[in-house]
Design a protein around this ligand. Structure first.
Ligand code: ZN
Length: 272
């Protein structure tokens, strides 16, 4: 599977996708839509993700889901790991919550499940990125080479402000940090000003390209670096076929497209 655009063939990875168990997919998808006051373009099930991504030849997906209560952490991580086992297209991130007390035990468990890191959504979880309860989590993730995918930005609240991530990037220079949404959903200018590029910081393109002009999106990508940007869709919020069109409209070169669509992701997650 691959994608051909203007006569060029690309491999595609989607570094930010959400899936939910069939039973709750409808409710979970709708509640995210309400939070962002937007119409969700898909239902967040595995089958729908593979169908939507299949339309653009996506070969790999980094899948996750968010725990809003500490009691949900284990079951969400188990669900994600189970889907990864069934679908070799998936790499999974575990759930986390600031009230996890046995940090080492939970990290051991994530690693046993074969998960590649954790997803944090500070605004859903009502926790600052630089909250003291998360610092030992970053320390532990750093020592295990586990990634942390941060939902970034929301002008309506302060939990996921770009400057909070800037502190963490500096404090944990070997922690693999992925700042979603080009460094800050609806706070793209703030991301440019307050979140400097760094060796350990990657950004993803999801939930950004429909809101920004190509010039503004390019500006954020060039700030963090083409080598540090992943193409991502934030399914079920968007359709893959629409997001890939928005991505190609940015006007990057064939080589730059290749890096953002596949090479960076493949390198960071050691894909063959
Ligand atoms: Zn997300």
């Amino acid at each position: 599977m691959a994608l051909t655009r203007n006569g060029v063939t690309y491999r595609v990875a989607d570094s930010h996708a959400h899936i939910y168990p069939e039973k709750i997919a409808e409710k979970a998808t709708a509640s995210v839509g309400t939070f962002y006051d937007t119409e969700m373009q898909n239902l967040g099930t595995t089958a729908e993700l593979l169908r939507s991504g299949g339309e653009i030849g996506a070969e790999k997906y980094l899948v996750s889901s968010v725990a809003t209560k500490v009691e949900q952490v284990r079951s969400i991580s188990a669900f994600i790991a189970g889907e990864c086992e069934k679908h070799p297209e998936f790499l999974g991130l575990g759930a986390w919550h600031q009230d996890v007390t046995d940090i080492i035990g939970e990290m051991d468990h994530l690693e046993e499940l074969g998960l590649r890191g954790i997803k944090l959504h500070p605004d859903f979880q009502k926790v600052d990125i630089d909250d003291a309860r998360l610092l030992p989590v970053y320390e532990e993730a750093q020592s295990r080479n586990l990634a942390v995918l941060f939902h970034m930005g929301d002008y309506r609240m302060a939990f996921s402000k770009p400057k909070r991530l800037a502190k963490i990037i500096k404090q944990f220079p070997r922690l693999l940090c992925i700042g979603a949404h080009l460094g800050g959903y609806t706070t793209w200018d703030e991301a440019l000003e307050e979140l400097p590029p760094a060796e350990n910081l990657y950004v993803d393109s999801s939930s950004s390209l429909d809101f920004l002009t190509p010039e503004k999106a390019r500006r954020n990508i060039l700030h963090f670096g083409v080598e540090h940007t992943f193409f991502a869709v934030d399914f079920p919020m968007w359709r893959h076929c629409d997001e890939i069109d928005r991505f190609f409209a940015l006007g990057f070169s064939e080589e730059e497209n290749r890096k953002m669509l596949w090479d960076n992701f493949a390198r960071v997650f050691s894909l063959k």
